[in-house]
Design a protein around this ligand. Structure first.
Ligand code: ADP
Ligand code: MG
Length: 139
């Protein structure tokens, strides 16, 4: 599906609708340039999954793992230039039993397990973003 959101809140709400259909072990790849709304999307999804604290970009670390009924992982591979086996070994625990959202999935290369959902965000103008969701979840 593809839609245009008119505010960060609308992007969060769309993410929340997707999130409740996800299961432990699912990976959601979230693509788009800087400022496209990737972290905003993940925030909306994490809230819907029961994460109560702040959800911000993992800037100084590669990822966060939040406790929730099903743990939620949030990774940002922006600074990764192709994973090697050792780096993948460091990342693997984030995915274990969680619902995982990955910003800049392209940087993960072949090591990243296949995503169940691929979200692509594109700037339209200051407040509008095109959101494309490819999945088998009916959304
Ligand atoms: P990214 O993680 O892709 O770099 P962020 O989610 O951190 O992007 O930032 C997106 C910025 O764009 C935020 O400042 C947010 O308020 C703003 N924004 C404006 N309109 C939208 C929209 N429709 N959806 C998502 N974010 C939006
Ligand atoms: Mg981000």
């Amino acid at each position: 599906m593809e839609t245009v959101t008119a505010s960060p809140e609308e992007t969060e709400a769309l993410a929340a609708r997707l999130a409740v259909r996800l299961d432990a072990g699912d990976i959601v790849a979230v693509s788009g340039e800087l400022g496209a709304g990737k972290t905003t999307f993940v925030r909306g999804a994490a809230r819907a999954l029961g994460v109560t604290g702040p959800v911000s970009s993992p800037t100084f670390t590669i990822g966060h793992r939040y406790e929730a009924p099903v743990p939620v992982a949030h990774l940002d591979l922006y600074r990764i230039a192709g994973l090697d086996p050792e780096e993948w070994g460091d990342l693997e625990p984030y995915f274990d039993g969680s619902i995982a959202f990955v910003e800049w999935p392209e940087h993960g290369g072949d090591w990243l397990p296949k995503a169940r959902v691929v979200v692509t965000l594109t700037h339209v103008d200051e407040s509008h973003r095109k959101v494309r969701i490819d999945s088998d979840l009916g959304l």
